[in-house]
Design a binder for this molecule. Structure first.
Ligand code: F6P
Length: 472
């Protein structure tokens, strides 16, 4: 039977160590939540890191057994690999570069070596599992070399690759000493997918400048194969969110929050802790809203959920301090005995509670400086079953290409962000409904199942095309 082997750095389940032993929780992040709904069908398997350093072979066996029961196969990373491949090359070189934060990027040869070795480790794990008829679907920037490694081992394999973060301008890729090697790594796939046409164009331009392969209508001709490149804006499991939003549990959470914030409008912000998300900028804008439009004082609160992430990387630690200080300062300056301007949570929330928060919010602030797609924007839309609520969305999130009915802002423009919040809080209900209804229709139709089907259809097509070309 042919299956799909999904490969990503992080598994959709993360293992944590607690006083009671190992615990298994859903992972955070767009990839895990987005694909979490689909991978279990048809004997598919998900290969990836369970998010924890596990050294003891007995513990490794225990983790592997537990994950296997849920169709996952763990790749255990050593402490050195976590430091140099994950925190190092993936999150201190590629992540800042691909999000246009080159001032944060480091260029360490040791990190590059670790990245190559870790991609090789993932390659061996996939080869041990995949049969000749299986489709291999590689995900994201941590594994850019993997498609080519797999191709060398299995020249006939069907390999898809999808990038979940932006692909930046060629001008940034050329800064990387390993730029051409990374592009060649991706070109091992039969189909390379991006969230937007913009990212796809950047990739094609980088390939033509740095590897010398031209393309026609998104088909890159390498000396041995044709590689199809296309845009596939990722969707969410719409139904799951829409149903969760009206569940008794979500309703109970909403009631509890509402009772605690009686008579106050709610602006919601939910992100992983990341400098690309514009969290500090958002706090400054919220403060400005209170200063410039004092009528909102006591009338509106910012409910800010920041999910811990990559806390061993320096910039993430610094950002955490900055956010803590901003929240402390704004609350100290503006709060009253009966009103708290910012409710700040530094932790992840269970799914139903999250749905309750989406349901509660009058306004969602999704204002990243850069974001491949941003599924939070789509989750908010799916949970607004009564169609009341306003989405303020950064024009630099991939989601802005589709959700043009949101209030689109430039996240660097603080004034625009302040006025967008003011406008959103004043927006008449009929206008809210009109915008929300049109966004919902889109998010419902292009959900994660449609996204997967489209990608798989194109992957099958690319394979057929290659076969017909080789027999011509
Ligand atoms: O979407 C980008 C991404 O890096 C995913 O690959 C990952 O699942 C998510 O963000 C969370 O990041 P991390 O795995 O580093 O916690």
């Amino acid at each position: 039977m042919s299956r799909t082997i999904i490969v990503s750095n992080r598994l959709p389940t993360k293992v944590q160590r607690s006083a009671e032993g190992l615990t298994f929780q859903p992972s955070e992040g767009g990839l895990a939540t987005g694909l979490g709904s689909i991978y279990k069908a048809d004997g598919n398997v998900w290969v990836g890191w369970p998010g924890l350093f596990v050294e003891d072979p007995n513990e490794q066996a225990q983790v592997a057994e537990r994950l296997q029961a849920d169709s996952m196969a763990p790749v255990f990373l050593t402490e050195a690999e976590i430091r140099d491949y994950y925190e190092g090359f993936s999150n201190s070189t590629l992540w800042p570069t691909f999000h246009y934060f080159t001032q944060f990027a480091t260029y360490e040869d040791a990190h590059w070596q670790a990245y190559v070795a870790a991609n090789e480790k993932f390659c061996q794990a996939v080869l041990a599992l995949a049969g000749p008829d299986d489709t291999i679907w590689v995900h994201d920037y941590q594994l850019l070399l993997l498609p080519e490694m797999l191709r060398r081992a299995r020249p006939e394999a069907t390999i898809g690759f999808f990038l979940h973060i932006p692909f930046p301008s060629y001008e940034l890729i050329r800064v990387l000493p390993w730029g051409a090697a990374l592009l060649n790594g991706m070109l091992g796939a039969d189909l390379i997918g991006f969230h937007t046409f913009g990212y796809m164009r950047h990739f094609l331009s980088a390939v033509s400048h740095m590897v010398g392969y031209s393309n026609q209508n998104g088909i890159v001709e390498t000396p041995t194969r044709s590689v199809l490149v296309d845009a596939f804006p990722m969707g969410i499991d719409y139904q799951r969110y829409a149903e969760a939003a009206v569940s008794a549990e979500a309703e109970a959470h909403q009631r509890t929050y509402r009772a605690a914030m009686r008579g106050v409008r709610v602006v919601l912000s939910i992100d992983r802790l990341d400098y690309t998300k514009g969290i500090a900028q958002r706090l400054r804008a919220f403060e400005q809203l209170l200063v410039r439009h004092p009528e909102w004082s006591g009338q509106v609160s910012l409910l800010m959920v920041v999910v811990p992430s990559r806390d061993q990387v320096a910039q993430y630690q610094e950002l955490k301090v900055e956010i803590d200080e901003l929240v402390g300062r704004i609350n100290a300056q503006h709060s009253t005995i009966t009103w708290n301007p910012i409710h700040y949570f530094y932790r992840s929330f269970p799914f139903e509670e999250l749905a309750g928060l989406y349901r509660l919010a009058d306004v969602a602030l999704v204002t990243p400086m850069r974001d491949g797609m941003n599924l939070v924007a789509k989750e908010f839309v799916a949970c607004k079953t009564n169609q009341r609520g306003v989405l303020i969305l950064s024009e630099r999130a991939g989601a802005a290409r589709e959700l043009s009915d949101a209030l689109l802002i430039n996240p660097t423009d603080l004034n625009q962000l302040v006025e967008a919040m003011h406008e959103a809080l004043h927006m008449p209900e009929d206008e809210q409904i009109a915008h929300m209804a049109s966004m919902q229709a889109l998010v419902r139709q292009y959900d994660v199942f449609a996204w997967t089907n489209l990608f798989m259809e194109r992957l099958a097509y690319s394979k057929i095309k290659q076969q017909t070309m080789s027999t011509d």
